[in-house]
Design a protein around this ligand. Sequence first.
Ligand code: AMP
Ligand code: ZN
Length: 438
Amino acid sequence: MALTIHNSLTRAKEPFAPLDADMVRMYVCGPTVYDYAHIGNARPIIVFDVLFRLLRALYGEEHVRYVRNLTDVDDKINARAAEEGVPISEVTARTIRQFHADISALGVLPPTVEPRATEHIAEMQEIISRLIDAGCAYVAEGHVLYDVTARPDYGALSKRSLDEMLAGARVEVAPYKKNPMDFVLWKPSKEGEPAWESPWGAGRPGWHIECSAMSWKHLGETFDIHGGGIDLQFPHHENEIAQSTCAFHTPFMAKYWLHNGFLQVEGRKMSKSLGNFITIHDLLAEWPGEVLRLNMLRTHYRQPVDWTKKGLEESWKTLRGWYGRCDMDAVEGEGAFAPPVLEALCDDLNTPKALAALHQLEGAELAASLKALGFSRNIADPRQGAVDADGIEALIAAREAARAEKNWAEADRIRDELAARGVVLKDGPEGTSWELKR
Ligand code: AMP
Ligand code: ZN
């Protein structure tokens, strides 16, 4: 069946034709590892996992190479390590562990390669040297900057002119930049920050160069698909293209660029200040991972998702209904897409249409399609059996005691701990009662 995908480069749906049908190559920007991933971060992970599964079904498991990186050098990571007074490696190792645990609960397959930025410093330096030689980058005050005026096609992905970029962007104005839009390839490290020796002094890479280096190392100078969230289109992906095409003298970096839309929560932008910031980890304390996966796939990847509790409840009901109608244990291997499901996915990864098709299926076909989509009946209610009523009562008693002592900080800490377990407290004249949030 022929696959059609929407290419951000042309803003149109195009037939997918791999550069090398023997090895389809896809790169997706992975997380910066300094804290738990939020449910918005889960969107590209789930969406491109479905595309990975689809490509494997179409071209064969051995003929798809999927690279999703880990950004393990970044100012946010340094700041977190300094705040906690622990080594940077402790923050990154812990966060990577948490990330893997979270996304495996979401039914996400490991990518073929999961490169780390800190293991590709040599490749980054090689690209930077080539950019300087090609006249696309310059050295200034210990920094190496990419010169956005070096080539006329800068802005081709985001369809912006330099003037429009400047008007819309928060650019870091620095006296050593020739153009305010010029971006950092290499920068000096301050005391206590990670630093690598380089021809331009001890320092560390900029963010954009990391993905050009890792995709080059693991996929080559050009490859088929590059994915990520829509927020990455500019400047991150624009800059990746500029770096890679200039360094390798290629007409393009990736042939197809795919961008997922944004996720908001209960109709509002997710943010820490609005108090509606939810991590995958927190959601998994309350919902089976497969419910989160299904809820994500009910919206087409290019549309915005409104993440709601109502949606999660509906997703759980749907999943239970499907599992009630088929025998997942009878499915062998990774399953297989039934024709109407495959057809929907081949239409620019139309998951809402694919899920609608599942409703029409029965028995073995339904089970095999579910498995192929990453659902394998791993839906134990995280609170069933895990609910430790005695433990909850003991915490409530400890909270009462803290309140009696006017130790509000401790009382609040216990309330938060209970909330993390999905317990809602009701303070009334009879004392405190509790129930589980649904
Ligand atoms: P970051 O760690 O912020 O670089 O984000 C990692 C990935 O998550 C990128 O592909 C982002 O585009 C994506 N992402 C971040 N926030 C959201 C959101 N609210 N909705 C959808 N995707 C998001
Ligand atoms: Zn990237």
